[in-house]
Design a protein around this ligand. Structure first.
Ligand SMILES: Cc1cc2nc3c(=O)[nH]c(=O)nc-3n(C[C@H](O)[C@H](O)[C@H](O)COP(=O)(O)OP(=O)(O)OC[C@H]3O[C@@H](n4cnc5c(N)ncnc54)[C@H](O)[C@@H]3O)c2cc1C
Length: 284
């Protein structure tokens, strides 16, 4: 096969996966190794476009990427710019044949392709070997970035890893106001747990930082105890808490969907519950 192969991946070792099956001039682009701008530079979607444009300008016969979200974004953009086909999630690659899993893992398809082509590789099944004939030229994209870091701000109070918390006291719109969140925090402190929240409370109303959002588009949690305070239990929220061991719902509405999904339910006012329960836990 022809000569110019571009390999792009967020994972430097992973890049070698592709090298095993390529010959000739190979250009490796890795955001971990190649800084696009200054020291603090953050790769973002603008840079993904930039990287794709850079790759396309090299007119490669083969573009190999990893399969992280960013790798795939670059792959898709590059295929679009080059107007060439893309084969995603390849598990095995030889000269002009690629294998990929199809039908939810029920079968493996073997595809024959011609160059030029863009391929994304799945790491877990691919053999990492380095082809000694392969010359690696690291791409230097410095100075090309359209993004400049102006200021860095660190999060106040440090971030909390909800995904590994054992006890979570979670706040929903039913808590009523930002001021009332303190009752949930007091309860969480008494229990030695963390405070999370539903999307309205985090992303929309700003009663809690956005990184505390639990659910489909937030963090998926698996605590031993999940206390849902004034959370209705919409599917998008339930998707993030289904692996909790015990779910306790506190809601004034006995017909709220969370009730059916909870192990224990307290029908009543969330603030009253927090005050009484926190005192009980503290032994006051
Ligand atoms: C694409 C998409 C992604 C989404 N992702 C997420 C996600 O990741 N996480 C998420 O949470 N949501 C997500 N949502 C939003 C989701 O659909 C719901 O709108 C949201 O979960 C509702 O939040 P809530 O339960 O806090 O509020 P509400 O639905 O308004 O429920 C408030 C509850 O509080 C109860 N209540 C009110 N006052 C009291 C009181 N004084 N005492 C006791 N109970 C009281 C009410 O009976 C009610 O059940 C997503 C939506 C979409 C479309």
């Amino acid at each position: 096969m022809s000569s110019t192969v571009v390999i792009y991946s967020e994972d430097v070792d992973y890049i070698k996966t592709g090298i095993a099956s390529t010959k000739g001039k190979t250009i490796v682009i890795s955001p971990r190794e190649v800084r696009l701008g200054d020291e603090n530079h953050v790769i973002n979607e603008i840079d993904e476009q930039l990287i794709a444009e850079y790759i396309a300008r090299l007119k490669p016969d083969l573009v190999l990427t990893g399969s992280s979200k960013r790798d795939k974004t670059v792959a898709g953009l590059t295929a679009g710019l080059l107007r060439v086909p893309i084969i995603p999630d390849v598990i095995e690659l030889s000269e002009n044949k690629a294998k990929r899993v199809v039908y939810s893992g029920m079968a493996i398809a073997e595809l024959e392709f011609s160059y030029p082509i863009v391929i994304t590789l799945v790491k877990k099944n691919t053999d990492i070997r380095e082809n000694p004939d392969c010359k690696i030229i690291k791409a230097d994209l410095s100075g090309n970035s359209k993004v400049k870091v102006v200021e860095e701000k660190h999060k106040e109070g440090g971030s909390i890893d909800l995904s590994s918390a054992q006890i979570i006291v979670s706040v929903g719109r039913g808590v009523g106001s930002k001021e009332n969140v303190k009752y949930a925090e007091e309860l969480a402190n008494a229990l030695g747990g963390a405070v999370g929240g539903s999307r309205p409370v985090t992303a929309e109303l700003g009663w809690l930082p956005e990184d505390r959002q639990i659910g489909l588009s937030g963090t998926k949690v698996k605590p031993k105890l999940y206390i849902a305070l004034g959370i209705s239990g919409q599917p998008q929220h339930l998707a993030g808490i289904k692996d909790s061991k015990i779910i306790v719902a506190v809601n004034k509405d006995k017909n709220a969907p969370i009730v059916e999904n909870a192990d224990y339910t307290i029908i009543g006012d969330v603030i009253e519950f927090c005050k009484v329960f926190a005192q009980k836990v503290k032994g006051i």
